[in-house]
Design a protein around this ligand. Structure first.
Ligand SMILES: [Zn+2]
Length: 125
């Protein structure tokens, strides 16, 4: 991918993220049919690690951190991690060592383990 097309991809991703955040700000996932329901929850009756994320984003965008925490605590804790991963992706060429360290298999497996553990614990506690 060339530097220019990479820049356009980043700009498109940022515009898409802003659009999605506007939708989550103006529409409440609890009361609207606009938002998809979790297929894992529908099929199994168990919450997946992402369940409640839409409601948490809506609450967070309205400054209600307690409700966001209630709906999906891990999503709230992962916001800084996602920010770091995004920065690493944007600065990938200039900060190659930083990019390699945050995308190492230890980090990826660590994140997967935390999500798996969260998915199990939230259904048994
Ligand atoms: Zn789910």
């Amino acid at each position: 991918m060339t530097s220019a097309s990479r820049r356009y991809t980043v700009v498109a991703a940022i515009l898409l993220a802003i659009t999605v955040l506007c939708i989550y700000f103006y529409f409440n996932p609890e009361s609207g049919r606009l938002f998809p329901r979790c297929p894992f929850l529908i099929l199994t009756g168990f919450q997946c690690p992402g369940c409640g994320s839409q409601r948490a984003i809506h609450s967070l965008l309205h400054g209600d951190i307690a409700s966001a925490w209630h709906f999906n605590a891990v999503m709230l804790l992962f916001i800084p991690i996602v920010a770091i991963l995004l920065i690493a992706e944007i600065k990938r060429e200039k900060w190659a060592r930083f990019y390699a360290s945050v995308n190492s298999r230890y980090v990826i497996w660590g994140i997967a383990a935390i999500l798996l553990l969260w998915g199990v614990l939230r259904n048994i506690c």
